[in-house]
Design a protein around this ligand. Structure first.
Ligand SMILES: [Zn+2]
Length: 200
């Protein structure tokens, strides 16, 4: 008898949840790549930064979601982030998660943790892409309800300042916001993020 054909043995050796997860990840990766092509056309091949970003999409999703496992948050609102840097044609991915112990307490956002880790290991201008994973909620500062979770007002200001001070153009840094489990995503430049949250 072939063990692989036995439904009981198969149920032990296959993890259907993992399989679905992998398939879902591949589909999301594909959709984000298509979006990059739609937005930047052939530049994703000729522009070194975009080329590395396009090749790293799968890893960026994986690392961002992985980081969520380490999130410490009093109301289980997990946010995680991965940052892609490219220096001397070597891509590196850094990750971070949020930390907030109680409602009144200080917090560290996932984006800040990941960005600091990236800058510690290189230069701000090496930063090519930022992926943020979390569940969507209304922005308490701008009031915008986006399909996916955007960096908070504090992160928008802090990271914009960091990027500019480090000689990185806000229009050259790509932000991809994704669901922690869903295949919802948005792709924009850091500059466009600021525009979306501008108060009318
Ligand atoms: Zn934040």
């Amino acid at each position: 008898m072939n063990f692989n054909e036995d439904p009981f043995i198969r149920s032990l050796t296959e993890d259907p949840e993992l399989f679905d997860g992998e398939k879902e990840l591949e589909m999301l990766e594909e959709k984000i790549r298509e979006k990059l092509v739609e937005r930047f056309g052939d530049n994703i091949y000729s522009d070194q930064r975009l080329n590395f970003l396009s090749q790293s999409v799968g890893q960026m999703i994986l690392k961002a979601r992985e980081a969520a496992e380490n999130a410490i948050q009093y109301r289980n609102f997990k946010v995680s982030c991965s940052v892609l840097t490219v220096r001397d044609r070597v891509p590196k991915i850094f990750k971070g998660n949020n930390l907030k112990l109680n409602q009144e307490g200080a917090k560290i956002c996932a984006e800040q943790a990941a960005l600091i880790s990236a800058i510690k290991n290189g230069k701000t201008s090496d930063i090519v892409g930022i992926f943020v994973a979390g569940e969507a909620q209304i922005d308490s500062n701008s009031g915008l309800y986006s399909p996916t979770l955007h960096p908070c007002a504090n992160c928008r200001e802090l990271i914009s300042t960091m990027l500019k001070a480090g000689g990185n153009e806000l229009k050259d840094v790509i932000l991809v916001t994704i669901g922690l489990k869903s295949d919802e995503f948005e792709l924009m430049t850091w500059e466009e993020l600021l525009q979306k949250h501008e108060k009318k």
